[in-house]
Design a protein around this ligand. Structure first.
Ligand code: ADE
Length: 235
């Protein structure tokens, strides 16, 4: 597999600056991934380089026009001779989760369309759904409304990129974290609580089982704690 490529299209490229930091920044430096951020306005025509207009049918706010989006998407798709996953960020999309992160981490080319205002003209979704080289997903990161898709793209990119082989030094750490842990009944669990030195802190002791050296006991205790935490979240 060649290195995965991520293209982000936005009217606020600076919003994506954190991608040069930390593990994601290092993954780019080490050429494990290729991230490119594009300004939608570079694909707008007309003197005002306008990217939005009033909604048909009336209502508040503005809708992003289809043509600048199609020009931008076509331009990045041309650069990659692989199927494209077009991810349209919207609170009306399917809720993002760890299973989707794993699925997307195996793809060669992801294009993130960060809408603003009242979203992108729906014909962009419809058009690319008819294109055989594209898979289109509308994704939400949660049941709340952001000002635009940029922060959602950052969240999704971070969740995906850390799963790409070589990005995290110790891949075993991926197996023991929230949403990857399962119990004997194959139930998806959140992570158990973690402790480090000192053994006693502000009158609080580290659970004795963790000091026992009994790996079987420790594994059982951790699964139990994961189950308790997961159950509490469902209350
Ligand atoms: N754009 C605005 N709100 C969003 C959300 N919750 N998820 C993804 N994109 C968004």
């Amino acid at each position: 597999m060649s290195k995965p490529r991520f293209d982000v299209i936005t009217i606020f490229p600076d919003y994506l600056a954190p991608l040069s930091l930390s593990l994601v920044g290092k993954a780019q430096e080490n050429e494990l991934i290729d991230i490119n951020v594009h300004d939608l306005r570079d694909f707008a025509t007309g003197v005002h380089k306008s990217v939005d207009d009033t909604p048909y049918g009336g209502g508040a706010g503005m809708v992003m026009a289809p043509e600048p989006w199609a020009s931008a998407i076509d331009s990045v798709a041309e650069k990659v001779d692989q199927p494209h996953e077009l991810i349209i960020l919207t609170p009306a999309g399917k809720k993002f989760d760890q299973a989707t992160a794993y699925e997307l981490a195996s793809k060669e080319h992801l294009i993130f369309a960060c809408g603003r205002y009242e979203g992108i003209d729906f014909r962009v979704t419809e058009h690319y759904r008819t294109q055989s080289t594209f898979t289109v997903r509308e994704i939400s990161i949660g049941d709340y409304v952001l000002n635009g898709g940029e922060v959602a793209a950052l969240v999704i990119l971070e969740a995906i990129i850390r799963l790409i082989p070589g990005v995290i030094g110790n891949p075993a750490s991926l197996e023991e974290e929230s949403h990857s842990i399962r119990n004997g009944s194959d139930q998806q669990l959140v992570e158990y609580p973690s402790y480090t030195k000192p053994q006693e802190w502000r009158g609080l002791e580290v659970p004795a089982v963790l000091l026992s050296g009994n790996h079987g006991e420790i594994a059982r205790w951790r699964t139990q704690q994961s189950e308790i935490r997961t159950k509490k979240l469902q209350e």
